[in-house]
Design a protein. Structure first.
Length: 299
């Protein structure tokens, strides 16, 4: 059990990290918290889901992302965000920005995005991929709105809609979702690589979400406990809210502590419908019913 005052000490450490362009040494942070370095490392990860060093790097990238979105020159944004050199940024930019800083600043300029839109029992589904992997899976009432949202995220990327003879990656995602929603009896294909900007903590949460079985749910608090960060329920919620891969990363399986569905990026009504379908499909004898439903859907 943590000693009284540990939470306050960790908040002081977090605040110090945010104030510093250069990450303080673990020893100096431990002295501030009056903990041993190893104890601080463990306690900080339990509370915030990442190490002090990972937290510092994520905060710097948040500042970099904001500066680039505001139109700052790449070099200015890099140094204003506390990075000592541009090479440090480019080492991590693929994972944390999803593209190089220059391309991100330019709204995805230079990126090539191919996408398709298809109807599902949950509404229109947009699936998009760059040359490196899957970048967006979203649901909506109509295709025009989904296309507009994609354009807002990557306003200067080359975007091409592919409806006839879809490319392999798009086809694989549509086929996988069709299989999981029960409106196709075809074998679920393997998913393509993923090209998504994310912090280390977001990746941990998203990977944990994929381990929640169909028909089951977890509360934010329960998921935080499973990840070893029992006080990070709000951070779990933010990571779920930043997920851009509807259904592929099943953030719909996370609910409030009282069991109510809570919100969902693609609509709480869809979330309720999806959970009900998954729970029904997971009951004994549901496989035959699903097969008959798929046959009826195909006419």
């Amino acid at each position: 059990m943590p000693r009284p005052g540990t939470d306050l000490a960790l908040e002081q450490v977090r605040a110090r990290i945010e104030q510093c362009d250069t990450l303080p040494t673990l020893a100096s942070l431990a002295a501030l918290a009056e903990l041993s370095p190893s104890h601080l490392q463990r306690a900080f990860r339990r509370r915030y889901g990442v190490s002090p060093a990972e937290y510092h790097r994520a905060r710097r990238f948040d500042q970099l992302r904001h500066a680039l979105r505001q139109g700052s020159a790449v070099t200015d944004a890099v140094y204003a965000s506390g990075f000592g050199s541009g090479s440090r940024v480019y080492e991590h930019s693929d994972r944390l920005l999803g593209m190089t800083p220059a391309s991100y600043r330019a709204g995805g300029a230079g990126a090539s995005i191919r996408y398709t839109i298809t109807a599902t029992p949950l509404g229109q589904l947009l699936v998009a991929a760059t040359t490196r992997g899957l970048c967006t899976v979203s649901l909506g009432e109509d295709g025009a709105t989904l296309e507009s949202q994609l354009a807002q995220e990557f306003p200067r990327a080359a975007r091409e809609r592919v409806d006839v003879g879809r490319e392999e990656w798009l086809d694989a995602v549509v086929g996988r979702i069709a299989h999981e929603l029960g409106w196709s009896e075809a074998e679920a294909p393997a998913l393509p690589p993923i090209d998504i900007a994310a912090t280390a903590f977001q990746w941990r949460v998203w990977q944990a979400l994929t381990r929640i079985p169909e028909g089951s749910t977890r509360s934010y608090g329960a998921l935080a406990a499973e990840l070893g960060v029992p006080k990070a329920a709000r951070a779990i919620g933010r990571a779920c809210g930043s997920n851009r891969l509807a259904l592929i990363v099943p953030c719909h399986r996370v609910v409030r502590e009282d069991g109510s569905p809570g919100g969902w990026r693609w609509g709480v009504e869809r979330k309720v419908q999806l959970l009900a379908r998954e729970q029904a499909a997971s009951r004994p004898g549901a496989a035959g019913s699903a097969s008959r439903a798929a046959r009826r859907a195909r006419g």
